[in-house]
Ligand binder design. Structure first.
Ligand SMILES: Cc1cc2nc3c(=O)[nH]c(=O)nc-3n(C[C@H](O)[C@H](O)[C@H](O)COP(=O)(O)OP(=O)(O)OC[C@H]3O[C@@H](n4cnc5c(N)ncnc54)[C@H](O)[C@@H]3O)c2cc1C
Length: 439
């Protein structure tokens, strides 16, 4: 039995993975989370029988860390059909991967939003990225996604009509100024796996990690914000709002801004990419969108994408209803009223589906997430801190040690646990104030 004690600060995906892995190895682990529930940026709740994720996001099943850390079968995944629908006023056209969605192959080949040469280049690009590992991709020379695609010879038309809304939606940056490494890795992930949402919402991912952490013996304290951490001769002292405890080591698994404050590590990236997602209900028999493909706005970022959520996962809506979401990624959306955003969505859908009335489209909720990912300009991944960047027995776990995605967060949690394990063979922890009650 390893009796070393570790406090994990933050119960997002990275913190939950680090905590579980350490507990499995016999450490005494206590996790503090400032919010009332775990999951950080990956969470869901229900409103009137609708499942709403905290901002539109999806799980790529081919992420190696997803296979390693999650029991994917238990998540009851529901799948988007590969490819997308490129939409503009009076026109919707399917762009699919003919190898993975043969039913859409003909429509895709005939799609004139994209040139024939672009389609061939896409197959070559796919071969190029499929053979490369995450490490190879993230250590390769970098440039922006736009420059990278231009250097491959893709047309402006392809970049603007498809890549900009699709990968702009993934990177929350429609200008495509983000690192091409993120593009290459997500392109590879899309080509080799599936895009999914769990039947009961993305929050199921966090719930499963929480359950696995508790089973491994992690003591979890919610509604408890850590205010500071001090290194001592024998380890660390952690001050929460009303307690102080000592442990052999601390893992800071908060969001980047808070991690910078707590650790003093200045290489943690804190520039944000945000989004606003608006959720809408529509009577099932009035919803013309039966496709399980994402709809891309070829003309504007308002909204950038429309996701037919209940077509993909019928469990997201109660019987007789449909659930759609619209995601706005331009920063200005965070300053527009929910009514204005709903109006933009109605106008957009009316232009895409001129024969349909969208008068019954009703807002269920508007979710603004100012810090969804950290900004990832070219070269940034070379400057990110290592998990053991802080001095002393302090470690970092969070997407900001790898790259901003579920894969990055899960991998970082594992690497932080590995670093603690390397440095801390054994000891016991002391509760200075025994008012701490694991929840
Ligand atoms: C809208 C949106 C869309 C996204 N889309 C995708 C996608 O499609 N695919 C993908 O792979 N990724 C996506 N991401 C990114 C992905 O969700 C994140 O990279 C990942 O969840 C980050 O996890 P984390 O554990 O590093 O940090 P966080 O989730 O930020 O967790 C940090 C935790 O620390 C807690 N905390 C902070 N300060 C303290 C304190 N002082 N004391 C105690 N607790 C504290 C916070 O409350 C939080 O629970 C998206 C994110 C958002 C928000």
């Amino acid at each position: 039995m390893n009796e070393s004690s570790v406090v994990v600060i933050g119960g997002g995906l990275a913190g939950l993975v680090a905590a579980r892995r350490l507990a499995v190895q016999g450490y005494q682990v206590m996790l503090f989370e400032q919010r009332s529930s775990l999951g950080g940026r990956v969470r869901s709740h229900t409103v009137d029988g609708f499942t709403l994720d905290e901002g539109f996001q999806v799980l790529f099943t081919s992420y190696p860390a997803v296979q390693r850390e999650l029991e994917t079968e238990a998540l009851q995944l529901r799948y988007f059909t590969p490819g997308a629908i490129i939409a503009r006023p009076n026109s919707r056209s399917v762009l699919a991967d003919p190898l993975r969605d043969p039913r859409s192959a003909l429509a895709s080949i005939q799609n004139d939003e994209v040139t024939f040469t672009d389609k061939l280049r896409t197959l070559l690009l796919r071969q190029h990225v499929e053979s490369r590992s995450e490490t190879e991709i993230f250590e390769s020379p970098d440039k922006s996604i736009r420059e990278y695609l231009r250097s491959w010879g893709f047309s402006k038309q392809y970049i603007n009509n498809f890549i900009s809304p699709f990968y702009g939606g993934i990177t929350l940056d429609r200008t495509l100024s983000t690192s091409k490494r993120v593009f290459e890795y997500t392109f590879k992930s899309l080509a080799t796996g599936r895009t999914a949402i769990p039947a009961a919402g993305m929050g199921t991912i966090a719930k499963q990690l929480e359950s696995r952490a508790r089973t491994a013996g992690v003591s979890i304290v919610t509604n408890r914000s850590v205010e500071s951490i001090h290194r001592t001769n024998s380890g660390v002292d952690i001050e929460t709002e009303n307690d102080s405890i000592s442990a052999d080591a601390g893992v800071i698994a908060t969001d980047p801004k808070e991690a910078t404050r707590l650790s003093g590590v200045t290489s943690i990236p804190t520039d944000a990419r945000g989004s606003v997602t608006q959720y809408y209900r529509l009577p099932f028999d009035k919803n013309p969108i039966s496709s399980t493909k994402l709809l891309l706005n070829a003309e504007s970022a308002s909204p950038n994408t429309i996701a037919p959520l209940s077509s993909v996962a019928p469990e997201y809506a109660p019987p007789g209803e449909s659930l759609l979401s619209a995601t706005f990624i331009h920063e200005s959306a965070q300053h527009r009223s929910p009514d204005r955003l709903a109006e933009e969505t109605r106008e957009t859908l009316s232009a895409w589906y001129p024969d349909t009335s969208w008068a019954d489209l009703e807002v269920v909720e508007t979710t603004a997430v100012p810090f969804a990912q950290f900004a990832q300009p070219p070269g940034i991944h070379n400057q990110l801190p290592d998990v053991d960047a802080p001095d002393g027995p302090l470690y970092l776990a969070g997407d900001y040690t790898t790259w901003s995605a579920i894969q990055g967060a899960l991998r970082s949690g594992r690497e932080a646990a590995g670093a603690v394990h390397r440095d801390f063979p054994s000891s016991v922890w002391t509760i200075l104030d025994n008012s701490i009650e694991p929840s």
